[in-house]
Design a protein around this ligand. Structure first.
Ligand code: SF4
Ligand code: SF4
Length: 330
């Protein structure tokens, strides 16, 4: 397996720019890390997960469904010009993407999503490149190429034939770090604490067993200010609403992310609202991922990426809520 420095990887990514629409973690002038083009800021592979919802590369906040031109002609959304090459998914992000691939393909195949997703190249990041040097779990698959940091440089591990073919063109020289063995990094990954998994699985069990009373949801709901940040950051949140907008004389139908934390989320045309109370909406946010989805998909659909806990201004992200559930009702 090749080892490459950040500079060598940057040169490699740049060389792919003619064939791919490249998105990689870059640092903006204000220090924020985002998935963007290499012309938007320096490549920033270190620092852990990207704060933004990484699945937005394939399911963006605003997306065109179709357009009707002035003469009444219908035009389907245009196919992407180049396949997407995205760098920076963590192991948890790859789990999230695996779920939404399933969500958007089961029963009904969502062409708008797969227009971007088909043909895409996924590059995961793991190892000693988390925030403040934190070790990021090694994914070991679910992506075409994985970049595993040993703290000095990256082991470039292709997981698919497509990844192998691409990595052949990567020019990597000896970086002088001595090269921590892959087995050593794997052992470190396997030894990462599993407390969060244990807590969320226990909370899921308690919710499904009916052990969490309405009073609890009422109490948590009083702390929600319906800012919707949790939904906007969550890589497995897939709800959207649809708007028709006039643009330059044409009518464009767009889909736009929705939030189950908003009062109007489930309100019906009659005025009836099955989730008219904040308590119902707070309950839904957690119950959906930890109980309803377990029934529907056979597993929870929170992959513990940590974004909702990072962004919630009142400390009721899913990990915090699960911790309270387990402390009170086990
Ligand atoms: S930790 Fe929060 S943001 Fe991340 S997958 Fe779970 S619910 Fe979504
Ligand atoms: S981020 Fe927190 S306060 Fe904002 S809507 Fe979500 S749970 Fe409520």
């Amino acid at each position: 397996m090749k080892r490459a420095t950040t500079q060598e990887l940057k040169t490699f990514f740049e060389s792919l720019g003619t064939d791919y629409d490249l998105r990689a973690p870059v640092k903006l002038h204000d220090g924020t890390r985002v998935l963007g083009g290499l012309d938007e800021g320096p490549l920033a592979l270190e620092g852990g997960k990207i704060p933004q919802k990484p699945t937005s590369v394939f399911f963006p906040q605003f997306d065109e469904v179709f357009m009707v031109s002035k003469d009444g002609q219908f035009h389907a959304a245009e196919p992407v010009k180049k396949p997407i090459f995205v760098v920076g998914f963590t192991a948890q992000d790859l789990d999230c993407l695996e779920f939404i691939d399933k969500f958007f393909s089961e029963n009904y195949r969502d062409d708008i999503y797969f227009n971007k997703r088909d043909g895409a190249v996924l590059v995961g990041v793991s190892g000693k490149c988390g925030k403040d040097g934190e070790f990021l779990k090694i994914a070991g698959g679910k992506c075409d190429i994985e970049l595993i940091s040993d703290g000095e440089c990256f082991i470039v591990h292709p997981h698919t034939d497509k990844g192998k073919a691409l990595v052949e063109s990567l020019k990597a020289s000896e970086c002088g770090c001595g090269g921590v063995k892959m087995e050593t990094l794997k052992e470190e990954s396997d030894a990462l604490p599993k407390d969060d998994e244990e807590t969320i699985d226990k909370a899921s069990e308690l919710i499904r067993a009916g052990k969490v009373p309405d009073d609890f949801w009422n109490e948590i709901a009083t702390r929600c200010i319906a800012c919707t940040s949790c939904n906007l950051a969550c890589p497995t949140c897939t709800c959207f609403e649809v708007y028709d907008r006039e643009q330059d004389g044409k009518m464009v139908r767009q889909r736009i992310w929705d939030s189950c934390q908003l009062d109007g989320f489930m309100r019906e045309a009659s005025g009836h609202n099955p989730a008219g109370l904040q308590m119902q909406r707070t309950h839904r946010r957690i119950h959906h991922k930890l109980a309803a989805d377990v029934e529907r998909w056979g597993h929870r659909t929170c992959m513990l990426c940590g974004r909702c806990d990072d962004v919630c201004p009142t400390d009721i992200g899913i990990k915090s809520v699960c911790k309270e559930i387990v402390e009170r009702y086990s």
